[in-house]
Design a protein around this ligand. Structure first.
Ligand SMILES: Nc1nc2c(ncn2[C@@H]2O[C@H](COP(=O)(O)OP(=O)(O)OP(=O)(O)O)[C@@H](O)[C@H]2O)c(=O)[nH]1
Ligand SMILES: [Mg+2]
Length: 242
C-alpha cells in the first residue's frame, strides 16, 4: 500500500464496503477500470483522482477509491474500482469473480489498452462483449482509453485502429498519456460522468413513472379539419333537405 499513503485527500474504501458518500446530497457515480495487465489502469485512476503520476504502482491491486468532485456544477461522489489485469486463456477471456463483481457493480466502464501492447488492444473486443453480457439490460456507458501515447517509439497500435474499434463498439475513444497529460485523463472521466448522470436522470423512478402514464394525444390539425368539414357538410345537407 505504499502508493495509497501518498494520496492526500483521496479515500481508499475498505474491500467489500460500498463507501458511498452521498450524505451531503452528492450523486454517487460508480466506475470500473478494466483491461490487460500493465496497460496503466492504476496509473490512470491515480492520475484522475490525485492529478499525480507516480510511476510505480502496486500490481493487480484491485482497490476501490472514492472522491468528491465537481463537474459542470454538479457535486459527484465518484467511486472508482481499479481491477487486476485480465488475460486471455487460449481464445477465452480469463475473468475471475472479483472482476465480474466489479463490472456488475459499475454504472460505467473504462476499458484501457496500451498502444505499446498489441495483445492488450486485441483483448478489448472480448472485454467489451463480456461487459455487455454482464449488463444485458442497459446500454452502460463505456469509454475506451488508449494509454502510453508518449511511447511512440514502442507503438504497436495506431490511434486510427483504436478509434475505428471504438466506433464499431459504440464507445467514446480517448488516446492519452497518463504519465504526461492530466487534462486528457480528466476529459475521459468527465465525459463518462456526464453520460452516467444523463442515464441516471433518465432512469429515476419519478421519470420512469411519468413515462408509464399515457399522455393525452396532442390534437392532430389535419384530423380536426377533416372532422370539422364532415360536420359542416352534414349540417348543410340537413339544411338543404329541409
Ligand atoms: N511511459 C508511460 N508509462 C506508463 C503510462 N501509464 C502507466 N505507465 C507505466 O506502466 C506500468 C504499468 O502501470 P500500472 O498502472 O501499474 O498498470 P496496470 O494496468 O494497473 O497493471 P496491473 O495492475 O498489473 O494490471 C508502470 O510502470 C507505469 O509507470 C504512460 O502513460 N506512459
Ligand atoms: Mg494495477
Amino acid at each position: 500500500m505504499r502508493l495509497i499513503q501518498n494520496m492526500g485527500t483521496i479515500t481508499e474504501c475498505p474491500p467489500g464496503t460500498d463507501c458511498t458518500n452521498a450524505s451531503n446530497g452528492s450523486r454517487v457515480i460508480k466506475i470500473a477500470v478494466i483491461g490487460a495487465s500493465g496497460v496503466g489502469k492504476t496509473a490512470l485512476v491515480v492520475r484522475f483522482l490525485t492529478k499525480r503520476f507516480i510511476g510505480d504502482y502496486e500490481r493487480n491491486a484491485g482497490n476501490l477509491y472514492s472522491r468528491q468532485v465537481q463537474i459542470d456544477g454538479m457535486n459527484l461522489a465518484i467511486q472508482v474500482q481499479d481491477t487486476p489485469g485480465v488475460q486471455m486463456n487460449e481464445s477465452n477471456l480469463e475473468c475471475n469473480e472479483q472482476l465480474n463483481r466489479s463490472i456488475r457493480w459499475a454504472d460505467a466502464i473504462v476499458i484501457v489498452f496500451s498502444i505499446t501492447d498489441r495483445k492488450s488492444y486485441e483483448l478489448i473486443n472480448h472485454l467489451h462483449q463480456h461487459v455487455r453480457q454482464l449488463h444485458p439490460d442497459s446500454r452502460i456507458p463505456i469509454v475506451m482509453v488508449a494509454n502510453k501515447a508518449d511511447l511512440l517509439h514502442l507503438k504497436q497500435v495506431e490511434p486510427q485502429s483504436g478509434l475505428q474499434l471504438a466506433n464499431m463498439l459504440g464507445c467514446t475513444f480517448y488516446e492519452v498519456s497518463v504519465s504526461e497529460n492530466y487534462i486528457d485523463v480528466y476529459n475521459a472521466f468527465q465525459i463518462l460522468c456526464k453520460e452516467i448522470s444523463k442515464h441516471q436522470t433518465a432512469g429515476t423512478p419519478e421519470k420512469r413513472k411519468n413515462s408509464l402514464i399515457p399522455r393525452p394525444k396532442s390534437p392532430n390539425m389535419q384530423d380536426l379539419k377533416r372532422r370539422f368539414k364532415q360536420v359542416l357538410s352534414a349540417k348543410v345537407r340537413t339544411a338543404t333537405s329541409v
